[in-house]
Each structure stands twice: as C-alpha cells, then as structure tokens.
Design a protein around this ligand. Structure first.
Ligand code: GDP
Ligand code: IMO
Ligand code: MG
Length: 463
C-alpha cells in the first residue's frame, strides 16, 4: 500500500506537515521530483524543522529516498543532513543512482537566465537553485547522474563534454564575460563553476561521501523490496499542481511533475502499484504564491502591500492572512501573494492527480474574518467555465465568480484539535463540506495550526 501526498495549488500548501502526520504509519518516505527548491516545514511539540531535500519523514526517523525523478545538489543535501543532525535528528537518506546532479553552473545559469528575462513577462521568479537548467540537461542527455559521481572516469568524461558548452552559452549567447560577473552567485564561485578540474575535484569528493555512507540505491528496487517485505511507502510531492511543468501555468512553473503521475516515473515503481494506494491532495484554505504568473483570485497588490501603501479592503485581508499564516517563503523568505480559494483550480488538480482524499490546512489562519470568498467558476470571453484553461494567457484573463461564506471566529484551535471535527466552528465545517461536495472527495484531515498536534484527523489513508 502506498500513499501519495500532492500539492493541489501553487506550492506551500503544508505538504510537509501532512507527510509528517500520516507518515507515522510509513516505513519509507520517497520524494519523486524537484530538488532543494522545496521548503517543507514540520512542527513537532513546538520545535520547527525546515526541510528542503530531505524527505519530511526524517522528523519521525523514517528512511527517506530521493527518487530518480529528483535533482540533487550534494552540497546542500549534505549541509541539510548536517544541520538536522545538529537539531538532534538522524536522517537516513538514500539517493537514487539515476537521479540527476545539480552542478554549480546550473545555479549560475538559473540566475543569469532570470536576469536576462527580468525586463520581460517571461521572468519566472525561480528559487535560483538551478532546478530548470539541471532538468534541461537531463532531457538533453548531457546531465550527470548520482551514479556517475561514483565512477571518476565517467564523471570526468561527462564534465569535459558539458562544461565547455555551458561556458560558450554564457559567453557567446548571453554575451557575458565570466571574468566580469560577480565572483559569487547564490553561494557559487562563478569561476570554479565553469572549470572542469574544480568541479571534478569537488564532485568526486561528494561521490566518495555518498559511497562511504552507503547512501546510493536503485530506488525502484529499494522501494519494491520494501513493499514486498510488507513495508508501507509514502510519496512526498514537492511544489504544487499549478506549477507542474505539464499541468501548471507554463512558463511560470517548475521543471518537474508534482502531480501524482510523477510518482511512478520518478521512483521506478509501476503506476499500478501507486494506483492501488491513496492520493491525498493538500489544500490550503486560501491561496498563496511566490514567483510570477496569474492568480485570478489574488487579493490586492503585493508590491503595494509590501510598501504599506495598499489600503483597499483586499490589501487589508491579504496582509491579515499573510501575517496570520506566516506566508513568507521557506527557502527564499519572499513574501507570498495571497488570494481566495479557487475551485476551478482544485477541480483541475483533483482530476490531474486523482485525489482519493483531501487535507485542508490553515483553517485557523482564516479565523477572525467576517466573511470569505471562494471562486466557484470563471468568466472568460462571456462564457462561464469551471476549470483552468490550458493556456496561461487565457487563465490570466479569467474573472472569478465568487460565492461568499460566513467567516468563523478565531477560537482555541488546540482545543478543537483535541476534541475533533465536530468542535470546529459550524461556519468552518460548512466551508469544508462545500469543498467535499464540489470535488466529490472526502476531507481526511483539517489543519488548525502548524504543529503536528494541531490537526483534526477524520481518516488515516494507511488504515
Ligand atoms: P509545504 O511546502 O507544502 O510543505 O508547505 P510550507 O512548509 O512551505 O508552508 C506551510 C507553512 O504553513 C509552514 O510554516 C507550516 O508550518 C504552516 N502550516 C501548515 N499547516 C498549517 C495550518 O493548518 N495552520 C497554520 N497556521 N499553519 C500551518
Ligand atoms: P514547496 O515544495 C512554492 C516556484 C518558484 C517559481 C517556480 C520555478 O515548498 O511547495 P524553480 O526554482 O522551481 O525553477 O522555480 O516555482 N516554486 C515554489 N513555490 N513552493 C515550492 O516548493 C516551490 N518550488 C518552486 O517560486 O515561481
Ligand atoms: Mg514550501
């Protein structure tokens, strides 16, 4: 039996917390896509753990697997493992030998390309972690895989092919003189990033550490063996459906498939194995977004809110929600844009991933608002539509049709979590039940605070 946890919106829905909650019953937690662009938070007994690449099951001492669909920056991975050890955890992380390696020049290129796009509508607002350029090289068949780090001859051969190409890209296409740019971009020494010997030396040493610590695996085989031995596997999605490379609002997306289909290709288990399990969609009770791209239900204007100039009612509500919900990026610290819950978006993600259950977070954050709105459909070119159009330009032109809900009070949420679902304010239950009806999917869990304890569990997908 497997359980897959997927972000249903734009990332930061609270996937880490849900993985931690339901992961109690799992033996292995596997990531199937993304890299250290993800920032997942787990709060246990008041202690906050911030995880980026290490699967969130580490907090409960579960084995974590980074599947072949992930892109791995060994430097940040080892730093994260060391930090978690300092926090008293003992992360047991296995990395697929088929996973691709984020190399220093990927990070530099990510930043150069964002810079080049900065005056256009094409700027994505990436996390700057080199995610896109690494997936590009994977698809371009010029990437370096984790398994290659263990074979110095292969590693050198790959680097000798790819690095001169990247140097030429920077110098001849972007017209940038590498000697002229800042010495350090995103913690990467730019000169070394384009130097075969320097990269080889550093990455061969990473390979040695992977080997010494016995961290590399054939992910599909490892997970299949776990299941054959009667173990339970959980898949931890990173990012969210609307930033999926295929099902998201291209080009304002990440370069992988957070939707549930990604689990099979990204780990090496068959879709039938994954499909016999459950897929839980994590929903934030409103919306937040970091980075560019449309957000039809957006409340006010983030730039004005940041300057303290936004004084419309929408700006005030957005600022209230941002402060109450701590809506600042886990990885980058950027303030997140805020909007009302969007049902057309959730219909799209429910279909794309086949959710069997939902976990709705941040119900506490909305407490204290007089009323709230939910987009139930969009108006586009005089037509009413109930899901997300497949071009971003059309999505950007959608005007939401709203249904207004009565707000609920800011109650003692810990007491609610202890007492259970019926202790939720009736207005909050009405909101949740509307969502269940519209999406024809049951709510398994309701988040009423960041801590593991602050959750109302109605059904455990592993039981
Ligand atoms: P992820 O990327 O989907 O794992 O989500 P993040 O960890 O980036 O962002 C979610 C933030 O909301 C974190 O700070 C969580 O601790 C917090 N959080 C998660 N669920 C809840 C909830 O139900 N209520 C509140 N107030 N905070 C929550
Ligand atoms: P978690 O797992 C929210 C966004 C970036 C940018 C776009 C592309 O914590 O939900 P990238 O660096 O991936 O090439 O950036 O995707 N993005 C996220 N937004 N949560 C995330 O992860 C994200 N990972 C990437 O802000 O808009
Ligand atoms: Mg996050």
């Amino acid at each position: 039996m497997t359980v897959t946890i997927v972000g249903s919106q734009l990332g930061d829905e609270g996937k880490g917390g849900v993985v931690d909650l339901f992961g109690e019953a799992a033996d292995v937690i596997a990531r199937y896509q993304g890299g250290d662009n993800a920032g997942h938070t787990v709060v246990e007994g008041g202690t906050e753990y911030k995880l980026s690449l290490v699967p969130s099951g580490a907090v409960r001492g579960k084995v974590g697997v980074l599947g072949n669909g992930c892109v791995v920056n060994p430097k940040t991975l080892f730093a994260e493992i060391d930090d978690l050890r300092e926090q008293g955890l003992d992360p047991d992380v296995r990395v697929a030998r088929r996973a691709h390696v984020i190399l220093p020049f990927h990070r530099v290129l990510d930043n150069i390309e964002e810079d080049v796009k900065s005056d256009t509508d094409l700027k994505v607002g990436t996390t700057g972690r080199g995610i896109g350029p690494t997936y590009e090289d994977k698809m371009g068949r010029r990437g370096v895989r984790i398994g290659d780090l263990l074979d110095p001859d292969v590693l050198r051969e790959r680097l000798e092919y790819v690095i001169p190409q990247k140097r030429a890209l920077v110098e001849d296409v972007y017209g940038i003189d590498l000697e002229e740019v800042d010495d350090v971009i995103e913690g990467v020494d730019v000169e070394d990033a384009f130097d075969v010997d320097a990269v080889y030396e550093q990455y061969e040493r990473f390979g040695e550490r992977f080997a010494e610590e016995g961290m590399t695996v054939n992910a599909g085989e490892f997970l299949a063996d776990t299941i054959d031995d009667g173990g339970e596997v959980m898949f931890e999605g990173a990012q969210g459906t609307l930033i999926d490379i295929d099902h998201g609002n291209y080009p304002y997306v990440t370069s992988s498939n957070p939707t549930a289909g990604g689990t099979a290709v990204g780990t090496g288990l068959g879709p039938t194995t994954v499909g016999r399990g459950e897929v839980v969609g994590v929903v934030k009770a409103y919306l937040s977004r970091v980075g560019s791209g449309p957000l039809p239900t957006e409340l006010g204007d983030i730039d004005e809110q940041e300057e303290g100039a936004g004084d419309t009612e929408a700006d005030e509500i957005a600022t209230y929600i941002r402060d109450e919900g701590g809506e600042y990026g886990t990885v980058t610290g950027r303030p997140r844009r805020v909007g009302w819950l969007d049902l057309p978006m959730l219909r799209h993600s429910t279909r794309a991933s086949g959710f069997t259950g939902l976990a709705v977070n941040h119900v506490d954050t909305l407490g204290g608002l007089d009323e709230l709105k939910v987009a139930t459909s969009y108006e586009l070119d005089g037509e009413e539509i109930d899901t997300v159009p497949s071009t971003t330009e059309r999505w950007a032109r959608c005007e939401p049709n709203y249904r207004t809900f009565e707000g609920w009070a800011d109650v003692d949420w810990s007491a609610v979590a202890e007492e259970g679902y019926d202790a939720l304010p009736p207005e909050a239950r009405a909101y949740l039940e509307f969502l269940e009806d519209e999406l024809d999917t049951p709510v398994y869990a309701v988040g009423v605070g960041p801590d593991r304890e602050d959750t109302v569990v109605r059904e455990n997908p592993f039981e």
